[in-house]
Design a protein around this ligand. Structure first.
Ligand code: PLP
Length: 407
């Protein structure tokens, strides 16, 4: 994304042209930015380490295909995310499966497809995996996802590694699984995993979690398990406003330092830092209205399209697509959904008139994937731009799509 003479461009195309041609609201992604973000990890990891993009951040098939072609593996959290990866041509041997509630069907799918690792999150899940691998008479590689009890100080909804969170195993469960898995011929404990949360600026927090899982891995090795991987999750943050961006270079330098003399390979599960800055949401100003001494810009995108501001009080920069020769004013940008919380941005200084377009920046991660049909609104179209090429990677929904399952 760049600005040229007051116009916002995505790669070689003025965004206003796309808004006029394809309509709004619309998600638009830059392939170049995705490649750049992925490259920052790729240039830092060792030859045997693996980058497993967290599919939950944005699961569009075309984006998965692009990442797969760049050499990425994938971190999935449902059977359907796994199926998406397989459809996008992913290497099965680079897929890890996280999540606290894997069903029998999902575990079966993972075992049958011989993915790299099922990341176990409870003793009950271990028992299920053992049973299913026995029924299928197939071996399965697993990780123990542990809870390292590290608080990261971001929004409470995106903290996952503190003691009371639902994710990961405590030490008692680790020991129990370790003992039982040693006697199991089909379930191999091959890695230790953790993920402490999202939007982390301080790489040291992730390094602290590495220390915890490294010690556990050493103990598991002593207990007879052949531990190959340490999976340190995702979580590096991006700059939405004035936050410090997490740096894969600093993270991997710290990792190398700590693992000096050890044979473990590293798995990373970045989501936000790969796709976040590559996407924008373009929306049109429907009306401008005054209420209670405030100015509202009523836009055609709502919390159903981009829920982060309502759910996490997340801040996204808003940019005009063109510089207008009018005076600016301060607006709250409110969507069409019948909820008081449907405000996507507050107190923004903008030069806008009805029918102008604006772009919400950095919405590539946890944007379109979290959209819904609330208020019977149709999910937006998605475009992928590569240079001056435009690809429709998700068509706009229709009313018929909306009611298709209700006949
Ligand atoms: N791995 C796991 C297990 C996760 O739960 C998440 C996100 O919640 C990620 C990776 C990706 O995190 P991020 O998008 O912050 O990199």
């Amino acid at each position: 994304m760049k600005e040229i003479e007051g116009q916002l461009w995505i790669e070689n195309i003025p965004v206003i042209n796309l808004a006029r041609e394809y309509g709004s609201p619309i998600f638009i992604y830059s392939a170049e930015q995705i490649k750049r973000n992925f490259g920052k990890y790729q240039s830092e990891v060792g030859r045997n380490d693996l980058i497993c993009y967290a599919v939950k951040a944005n699961s569009n098939l075309h984006i998965l295909k692009l990442l797969s072609e760049l050499g990425s593996g994938f971190d999935v959290v449902s059977g359907n995310e796994l199926k998406r990866c397989l459809k996008a041509g992913a290497d099965k041997n680079k897929i890890v499966f996280s999540g606290v509630a894997k069903s029998n069907e999902e575990i079966k799918l993972a075992v049958e497809n011989e993915i790299l690792s099922i990341n176990i999150e409870s003793y009950g899940e271990f028992q299920r995996i053992a049973k299913i691998s026995e029924q299928l008479n197939k071996s399965v590689n697993c990780a123990l996802r542990v809870n390292p009890d590290i608080a990261i100080g971001s929004h409470k909804y995106i903290e996952t590694g503190s003691k009371t969170s639902k994710f990961g195993l405590d030490s008692e469960a680790v020991n129990k699984i370790s003992d039982e898995a040693r006697d199991n011929k089909l379930v191999n404990i091959a890695s230790v995993a953790c993920h402490i949360g999202s939007q982390i600026s301080d790489e040291n927090l992730i390094l602290k979690s590495l220390d915890v899982i490294c010690e556990i891995a050493d103990n598991l090795s002593l207990n007879g398990h052949a531990i190959k991987f340490l999976d340190i999750g995702g979580g590096l943050g991006i700059q939405y406003k004035d936050e410090k961006e997490g740096d894969p270079g600093i993270l991997m330098a710290g990792v190398k330092n700590r693992l000096e003399g050890k044979e473990y390979k590293i798995i990373l599960e970045p989501g936000r830092s790969i796709i976040g800055s590559a996407g924008i949401l373009v929306t049109r100003i429907e009306y401008i209205k005054n209420a209670g001494g405030k100015k509202f810009a009523i836009i055609d995108a709502g919390m159903n399209d981009l829920i982060r501001p309502s759910l996490y009080e997340a801040w996204h920069e808003v940019k005009e697509l063109e510089n207008r020769e009018i005076s600016s004013d301060t607006y709250d940008l409110a969507g069409p959904v019948c909820e008081t919380g449907d405000i996507l941005a507050k107190g923004r200084n903008l030069k806008i008139l009805p029918n102008d377009f604006v772009a919400f920046m950095d919405v590539g991660a946890y944007g379109s994937v979290m959209s819904s049909n609330y208020n019977s609104r149709l999910k937006p179209m998605e475009l992928l731009v590569t240079g001056d090429e435009i690809e429709v990677i998700r068509r706009k929904e229709t009313f018929e799509d909306l009611i298709a399952l209700e006949s």
